[in-house]
Design a protein around this ligand. Structure first.
Ligand SMILES: [Fe+2]
Length: 352
């Protein structure tokens, strides 16, 4: 998913203000009682995800609960900024974001409130939710090493650390430092290996890079398949989209040339959701989050983007074809909290 802030909005909408509702009531067009019910039976959702299948799930939720979902889809960072600026006037009850670091940023800006839900505590593994209950993960995504076997032996790569091997000089393709996915990967290495080891890894790996640095994963996958480099770091769902033919037969043919290596342990990131600080309908918001975290909702949300459910490996045939991974087990909250350190270290060690 792109990370620049742009005002891409699929379906602009605005909740009718209370003042407006009172004005209409005064005109005798509606009663305030009717308006109160309308507020109870709808929720505003700001989502950084933008997959058609998500909308089918929201419709399913409406059918089950009678709660209408008013959806605004935009880029994650612009949603955080929008929510911050709207403050108490926000029409959003639920915020859905991609990447642990962004969810942590939303909590550090006090944009989310704790959800009190025994269901969520029971359903979501502790490392995949905020310790104060302000967000929970809904899907998992894995950042893997992708190999062009014509140039590099897949068996020569077992960990992210192996990308620092001098034998890979000029053969490594990376997405740029602005990518929150890479930032979270580096945060994971900081947590697992400490600062000194992470620093040497970064220095050696970036000296293996063949430029340019990429601004998203898809062109990096294409470059790998065309032999511009032999190894790269990508999220599995980008490869899955190409393998599934979603970008056409030429990209599918390119994707088929590549081999996935799940480093041991693998870096796992999330998409997740929380109730906004100033939600007008926090109960409705919680119902939606519980629905999305349920087996039906979780499966739908994961499959919409070839992601993994919170537990197990799911039923996506393309992901199944890539094999299984051993998750690093780190807490998503900790990944977010080390984001700043990760970015500084990347900057100091040549990750452009
Ligand atoms: Fe993405």
């Amino acid at each position: 998913m792109p990370e620049a802030i742009t005002p891409l909005i699929r379906a602009p909408w605005r909740r009718r203000s209370r003042a407006g509702a009172w004005a209409l009531a005064a005109l005798g067009l509606i009663s305030t009682g009717v308006q109160a019910r309308a507020e109870d039976t709808s929720i505003g959702v700001y989502s950084g995800r933008h997959y058609n299948s998500d909308q089918k799930l929201y419709q399913q939720f409406t059918t089950q609960t009678g709660i209408q979902v008013k959806l605004l889809e935009a880029k994650d960072d612009s949603l955080i900024e929008r929510l911050r600026q709207e403050g108490k006037n926000t029409p959003a009850d639920v915020l859905v974001l991609v990447d642990a670091a962004r969810l942590e940023r939303a909590t550090s800006l006090d944009l989310l409130q704790p959800a009190r839900s025994a269901t969520l505590l029971r359903t979501i593994p502790p490392n995949l939710r905020d310790s104060k209950g302000r967000w929970v993960a809904l899907t998992r995504r894995v950042r893997v090493v992708l190999v062009n076997p014509a140039l590099v032996k897949a068996t020569s790569i077992r960990t992210y650390g192996d990308l620092a091997n001098p034998a890979l000089k000029g053969k490594v393709c990376l997405r740029d430092r602005k990518s929150v996915y890479n930032q979270s990967l580096v945060a994971s290495q900081l947590l697992l290996r400490g600062e000194a080891q992470t620093q040497s890894w970064l220095k050696a790996m970036t000296s293996n890079v063949t430029q340019p640095y990429f601004s998203s994963d898809i062109p990096l996958i294409r470059a790998l398949a065309k032999g511009q480099c032999g190894v790269g770091l990508v999220n599995t769902y980008y490869l899955a989209r190409l393998l599934n033919g979603e970008a056409g037969p030429a990209d599918r043919a390119l994707a088929r040339k590549l081999q996935v290596v799940f480093p041991k342990p693998a870096h796992v990131n999330i998409s997740g959701a929380g109730i906004t600080r100033y939600a007008k309908n926090p109960q409705g918001a919680l119902k939606l989050i519980e629905f999305l975290a349920s087996p039906v909702g979780g499966k739908g949300y994961a499959e919409a983007n070839h992601e993994y459910p919170l537990k197990g490996f799911g039923d996506d045939p393309i992901l199944k074809g890539m094999g299984r991974f051993q998750a690093d087990g780190l807490s998503a909250e900790q990944l977010g909290s080390r984001n700043r350190d990760a970015v500084k270290l990347m900057e100091a060690n040549g990750w452009l």
